[in-house]
Design a protein around this ligand. Structure first.
Ligand SMILES: NC(=O)c1ccc[n+]([C@@H]2O[C@H](COP(=O)([O-])OP(=O)(O)OC[C@H]3O[C@@H](n4cnc5c(N)ncnc54)[C@H](O)[C@@H]3O)[C@@H](O)[C@H]2O)c1
Length: 356
């Protein structure tokens, strides 16, 4: 079996921290070339072959590309990669707006390539087990969801992430896209949202929101709140930032925190039916600690980081199988649809339907 050759586009933080180590664990795949507009960044990866233009990388004999460059570059690169017949792993948020995201999905589908959106936190053990608890009916009918993604402003958030023309929106696109995908993954599709946003940075280097909150209604009748903020001193940045999702159902509850990815807090069975009982902490069952077949040693990395490498494994497995699995570009489009409805609601002040 020949090794799957991967071309990496963008050699910044996420490429170095997540994609390169993730593919290094996949014995049947290798990153053979790196493209970055900044040649010093490309060379710093240690991967011998580099180029400065993605158009040149797409001429190379690679089976797949990882698009890990800033948000505004995702759409043109996805279109070009699909036209070149390359399998695609594209970073989140998929696009700057919904129509752009839809055209990217259509291009990938037309080309018949395997496609994936890098909603990395889907691979968190506690999230996978939380979804299982919801889907198996252990917490009954979901009534409400309380979710948040909170972090402190850090220097890496300056630069392109602070300008609409490169990022699409601010904290919503950057980390809210993760929270929206995970909430969909666990609870189901959004039906409508209303939202409010605020920009606290008042320098000319930023024209986007630093805080946004959504009230949401889901297609299954559940309701919820999502708060997304990068102005929370003490909430950390990078590995220490926190995201949580709490799901309250007719038969019980379950709550996940990104800071404790091998455990859940739950009230299930008797505890779920007795209003005097409080949430208690349980371990995630061992089969959820990594994807089945993943080459990863679960003890080799900090529990808050290692699961991220399963994303590369799933991408390679999907290419081998000739079929993508969630999170695909369609998940990227659905997330974009929720973000677009939230931003429209911030302007209109009205509840806004999430377009399918
Ligand atoms: N999945 C995750 O958990 C996760 C984490 C961080 C970032 N991201 C996403 O990854 C993407 C990159 O984020 P980052 O933090 O690595 O940014 P970064 O600023 O650290 O790196 C981006 C790199 O892309 C390069 N670049 C810019 N334009 C380019 C082009 N046209 N062609 C090739 N290279 C180009 C830059 O020179 C830079 O080296 C963003 O879309 C971001 O939202 C995802």
């Amino acid at each position: 079996m020949s090794r799957i050759q991967v071309g990496l586009i963008g050699a910044g933080g996420v490429a170095r921290g997540l994609h390169i180590p993730g593919f290094a664990l996949c014995e049947d795949a290798e990153v053979t070339i790196v493209c970055d507009a900044d040649q010093a960044a490309a060379s710093a990866t240690g991967i011998a072959r580099t180029c400065a233009r993605y158009q040149d990388l797409l001429q190379e004999n690679v089976d797949a590309v990882v698009i890990a460059s800033p948000n505004h570059t995702h759409a043109p690169i996805v279109h070009a990669a699909a036209a070149a017949g390359k399998h695609i792993l594209c970073e989140k948020p998929l696009a700057l707006h919904l129509d752009e995201a839809r055209s990217m999905l259509a291009a990938a589908e037309k080309a018949g390539v395997v496609h994936m959106t890098a909603f990395t936190y889907q691979f968190t053990p506690a999230v996978r087990y939380l979804r299982r608890l919801v889907q198996s009916g252990r917490i009954g009918r979901v009534r409400s969801v309380r979710a948040a993604y909170l972090m402190a402003l850090s220097p890496h958030l300056l630069g392109w992430r602070s300008l609409k023309q490169y990022a699409g929106s601010g904290v919503l696109a950057d980390i809210g896209s993760h929270l929206i995908h995970l909430t969909r993954y666990v609870v189901g599709e959004f039906a409508s949202v209303t939202a409010s946003q605020q920009r606290f940075r008042d320098d000319s280097e930023s024209d986007v929101e630093d805080w946004i909150s959504l009230l949401a209604r889901f297609q299954n009748g559940a309701c919820g709140t999502l708060e997304i903020s990068r102005i929370c001193p003490g909430r950390g940045a990078g590995i220490s930032e926190d995201m949580f999702i709490e799901v309250y159902g007719s038969e019980g509850s379950a709550a996940f925190s990104l800071q404790d990815p091998w455990r859940l807090r739950v009230a299930l069975d008797e505890d779920g039916r007795d209003p005097t009982r409080l949430l208690s902490t349980i371990d995630v069952p061992p089969e959820f600690l990594k994807l089945a077949g993943s080459p990863r040693d679960i003890h080799a990395h900090d529990a808050r980081w290692g699961y991220r490498f399963d994303q590369a494994y799933q991408f390679i497995q999907s290419i081998r199988a000739g079929q993508g699995r969630t999170p695909t570009l369609e998940d990227g489009v659905r997330c974009q649809s929720v973000m677009e409805a939230a931003l429209a609601s911030c302007v209109s002040g009205m509840w806004t339907e999430v377009r399918a």
